[in-house]
Design a binder for this molecule. Structure first.
Ligand SMILES: [Zn+2]
Length: 400
């Protein structure tokens, strides 16, 4: 009798889990999923690979896995670091790269610049591909270049990357005594937006290019919030209260974004999710310092050294990762203090070297939807988080 009851109980649980998984799939693949930050253009160029090849076990992203993960629209990050002499040319190189991927795969991938085009691509099962410039230095202090980037299809720009521009200060420079590479934060330099910076923000609002506040310093943030006329985007940041990192948002900033009608898309990077990650990561670095230094002598790009070491010590690297639940805690927190209308996903896949357990690449997005269901979010709420909120912000920015 006992055994039979146990058998029935187990069958019941297995059945319930099956229903749950089916429900998760249905919601996930029936929703428009928009990830607002992926660095595969830079990674692909660095590694000499292409997004339309199978890159499993090499990168976090490729076209086939992105479609399999239920991604409907991807903002590809257009990036170069702050010490390039001609950053605008670097930006165009990446834009051309993404456009070449799309033109080679017309059945699966299409360039998109609007809510309408995202919806159309989604109905056809194509990946809507959007462009976001990561770092205002790529306009080279020239409004004409901003306008050209918009014409070329760019629909968001972070005002700074880690480096400040001449017109906006970054989170790194506002908090660090050592100015970043290419940044110009001197003792005389005031934090925040200059007059030209205000012009840039106004022009972006006028053009319908989303003002992205990931990477900017707090002073820049508040200077922008005073003058914006459209809802803002934070494309890849997390919650400062849960993980006090300068790249994350403080409660007052989160509430201000809600008031502005904007949206915060959460970064999956372990170091922005888990406050204990940095100490674990530092211990790993200390342990392997000699080897790291000798690798850097061969190739000074830290990226290649990391890839090598991460492949050599997989178990140690695995132990650095936080659980996925910690990422979802950031989401719950924003929902709690700002509401479900102001949060989304901005993975930073292929831009970071550590991700929470279970999130190994773009194919793992359905796991997040499963977690949201487990946490009691309704279908309607999940659809807002996955992409509905961003569509609302884009639509508001498209209005003249
Ligand atoms: Zn970034």
């Amino acid at each position: 009798m006992f055994q039979r009851r146990l058998f029935l109980a187990i069958t019941g649980i297995v059945f319930a889990l099956g229903i749950h998984a089916q429900q998760g799939k249905k919601i996930h693949f029936g929703s428009i999923l928009i990830d607002t930050h992926n660095d595969i253009p830079s990674t692909a160029i660095d590694e000499g690979v292409s997004f339309d090849q199978s890159l499993k076990n090499k990168t976090h992203s490729d076209l086939q896995r992105m479609l399999a993960g239920g991604v409907d629209a991807q903002f590809f990050s257009i990036w170069c670091d702050g010490n390039k002499k001609n950053p605008n040319a670097w930006a165009w190189r990446e834009i051309d790269t993404v456009k070449a991927w799309a033109s080679r795969n017309p059945q699966k991938m299409v360039m998109a610049t609007s809510v309408k085009e995202i919806r159309k691509a989604s109905r056809r099962g194509q990946l809507a591909s959007l462009l976001g410039v990561e770092g205002g230095h790529m306009i080279e202090d020239d409004m004409g270049k901003l306008i050209e980037l918009h014409k070329g299809g760019v629909r968001y720009m972070t005002l700074t990357w880690n480096n400040s521009t001449s017109w906006a200060t970054s989170a790194l420079d506002e908090t660090s005594p050592n100015p970043s590479e290419g940044g110009a934060l001197t003792a005389q330099r005031k934090k925040g937006l200059t007059e030209f910076g205000q012009e840039v923000v106004k022009m972006m609002n006028q053009l319908g290019m989303l003002v992205d506040l990931s990477h900017v310093g707090e002073q820049t943030f508040w200077d922008v919030m005073k003058i914006v006329t459209k809802p803002v985007l934070v494309s890849h940041s997390c919650v400062y209260t849960l993980c006090p990192h300068r790249r994350n948002l403080k409660d007052e900033q989160i509430k201000a974004i809600a008031k502005n009608g904007g949206v915060i898309h959460l970064n999956f990077y372990s170091g922005f999710v888990d406050p204990a990650f940095e100490a674990r990561s530092d211990a790993f670095t200390a342990k392997h310092k000699t080897e790291m230094d000798s690798l850097l002598k061969v190739n000074p790009e830290p990226y290649f050294m990391e890839v090598y070491l991460f492949n050599k010590y997989p178990e140690e690297v695995k132990a650095l990762r936080p659980p996925m639940s910690m990422l979802l805690d950031h989401l719950d927190y924003i929902v709690k203090i700002a509401g479900v209308d102001h949060v989304g996903l901005g993975s930073d896949f292929d831009g970071v070297n550590s991700l929470p357990e279970g999130l190994n690449g773009v194919e793992d997005f359905p796991k997040i939807t499963d977690e949201l269901i487990k946490r009691g979010y309704s279908k309607k709420e999940i659809q807002k988080i996955l992409g509905g909120n961003l569509l609302r912000v884009m639509a508001a920015n498209e209005k003249k």
